[in-house]
Design a protein around this ligand. Structure first.
Ligand code: TXA
Ligand code: MG
Length: 355
């Protein structure tokens, strides 16, 4: 398949260019596009065959439902059952990086919701995404635009790496704004439950939604039960092994010892870099600890960069779990396959290496 690359400005996208992509969606094709969180891979949410193509292109298991993207809260009743309370919440959180799980409307095709009685919906706060939905004339079903299991794409280069030749078009509008996916909250239960921590912290959502239950799994700890269907799969993982230090205080000790196990790459903050340099170990900077939004933006890129280096494995630093930090730690724990270590003695077992 020939993949058309359409370059547009992220803030003032040329409507003719976005129209080219919208025509593809209207005709039942699939298009990767930027949102404020990560790039999505979109299809007409009401076209069963088109939605099916998304699963093919990503290698995504069919039991992992998609998020339906709307151009505004007023479209909500096209896809879900609504009442005044839900509309109030929707109007306050959208457009923005929050996905609401709601009772589904009957006429939504099955591949989108994987046959569940609920549907995940959001209105993205990105000019290109909004223009695309508007010009397509239909809600757009879209998961993140990566191959299943890989880190989500935060720029068009990531999408091209994963999906070139597998999708009809990729809209390139540079880097996304947040770098981690939306926060998913299940509003179909009372009290609401956090299904996936994301770009907007629960601290900011609770004044709007009320008390949100945060299950242990939201931290990204290993668990038998998946709270959102997609959370049970291996996720966000680079090809190379990554271990995560359980505590910032042990990080340098663990990193130093890991150099006896092979070639490490430190996946760390700008603040940590001088100490890492002093050990003579290569670093991949995620962002600044003093501004966790920069860490969120750099997170998935740093995991992809690890695979491009000649390091044997990555050793990641932990971050504060407040606000967007909960999403950062959730993704890091999953990316390491839950290999969290608290002492250098655990390295040989964690890395499957003699050291
Ligand atoms: O920021 C985002 O949310 C990005 C952009 C493109 O919007 N999208 C994204 O989609 O991250 P995806 O498919 O990678 O993650 C969607 C998650 C999956 O874990 C899926 O299982 C869950 O949402 N999900 C979808 N429908 C659901 C439902 N009805 N109930 C519970 N979880 C649902
Ligand atoms: Mg995804």
């Amino acid at each position: 398949m020939n993949t058309e690359i359409i370059k547009v400005d992220p803030i003032e996208p040329d409507r003719k260019s976005v129209m080219r992509a919208a025509r593809i969606i209207r005709k039942g094709g699939i298009v990767a596009f930027p949102t404020e969180t990560v790039y999505g891979l979109g299809a007409d949410a009401f076209n069963e065959a088109a939605a099916g193509k998304i699963f093919e292109a990503k290698g995504r298991p069919r039991d992992n439902p998609l998020i339906v993207h709307l151009k505004g809260a007023e479209q909500l009743e096209l896809v879900s059952l609504v009442n005044e309370e839900i509309m109030n919440v929707a109007r306050k959180v959208w457009p923005g990086p929050v996905t609401l799980v709601l009772p589904r409307a009957h006429d939504l095709p099955d591949p989108v919701t994987s046959g569940l009685k609920t549907v995940a919906v959001r209105v993205p706060a990105h000019p290109v995404a909004l223009a695309l939905i508007e010009l397509s004339g239909t809600p757009i079903a879209a998961p993140s635009a990566n191959l299943a299991g890989k880190p989500s794409p935060t720029n068009a280069k990531h999408v091209i790496e994963d999906l070139q030749g597998r999708v009809d078009a990729i809209i390139d509008a540079g880097e996304t704004f947040f770098g981690v996916e939306s926060t998913i909250v299940n509003l179909a239960v009372n009290p609401p439950v956090l299904l996936r921590p994301g770009a907007l912290g629960t601290e900011e959502l609770e004044p709007i939604i009320g008390k949100i239950t945060v299950p242990e799994e939201a931290h990204g700890y290993e668990s038998e039960v998946a709270i959102a269907p997609g959370m049970k799969y291996r996720h966000y993982a680079p090809a190379k092994r990554v271990v995560l230090a359980g505590d910032r205080k042990n990080y340098l000790k663990i990193l130093e010892r890991s150099a006896g196990c092979g070639i490490p790459a430190a996946i760390c903050s700008e603040e940590m870099k001088p100490a890492v340099d002093a050990l003579g170990i290569r670093s991949i900077i995620i962002g600044r600890e003093s501004d966790l939004y920069t860490v969120a933006r750099g997170l998935f890129s740093s995991l992809r960069i690890l695979d491009e280096t000649d390091a044997d494995f990555g050793v990641a630093q932990p971050f504060d779990e407040r606000g967007i930090g909960l999403a950062i730690m959730n993704r890091l724990r999953k990316a390491t396959g839950h290999t969290i270590i608290n002492s250098p003695d655990e390295l040989p077992h964690a890395l499957y290496r003699q050291c």
